[in-house]
Write a protein that binds this ligand. Sequence first.
Ligand SMILES: N[C@@H](CCC(=O)N[C@@H](CS)C(=O)NCC(=O)O)C(=O)O
Length: 212
Amino acid sequence: MILYDYCRSSAAYRVRIALNLKQLDYQQQSVNLLESAHTGTEHQKRNTQKLVPVLSDQGVQLSQSLAICEYLDEAYPESLQLVTGTPVERAKIRAFAQAIACEVHPVNNLRVLKYLVSKMGADEAQKMQWYHHWINTTFSALEQQLSQRSNNSTFCFSEEPGLAEVCLVPQVFNARRFKLDMQAYPLLNAIDQRCQELASFTSAHPAQQPDS
Ligand SMILES: N[C@@H](CCC(=O)N[C@@H](CS)C(=O)NCC(=O)O)C(=O)O
């Protein structure tokens, strides 16, 4: 498997964690977003959306980090499953993951921030305000959701990390990078800290990547 990624891409960070949790071997090929390598013809052949990550497996190139994670669960069912439990439990895990991947991340993505500054005239303070607003909106909801859990599980929904943490940890990394105070979210923060004790997460960290 080849993962086309970039160290600070949080969507690629998700897939690195997923591959590590599932103990699947993969090679990495860097697509440098800061040098706009993702907009070049080579990467466009891999993904017409010109985004990372792309996972190449069995001769096929797959895009969209959540689709890739679900693919890995289906194609490699013998290794740890990222989405587990009853249909209701699985729906809750997916809802948590999608709250981050579909609500926060798209509006805080590099190209959106660039557009805000270059086309809408936002200054640095306004950009930060925008960034924090969208993280706070979803993190408040997720913190509240976790506080209402009937069990007090070690991770979001169970005793093992899975798709929820695959999405949470990179988003917390981004929040800290943009100087958001995580103290307002004690449950999310604690789960992030627990994940940071696991090799699957630490080796996926942006600072540990060959292109960092
Ligand atoms: N929904 C996509 C998002 C992919 C995405 O936005 N990737 C970012 C890096 S985290 C990217 O390639 N950004 C390039 C840009 O914004 O120009 C996924 O989950 O894979």
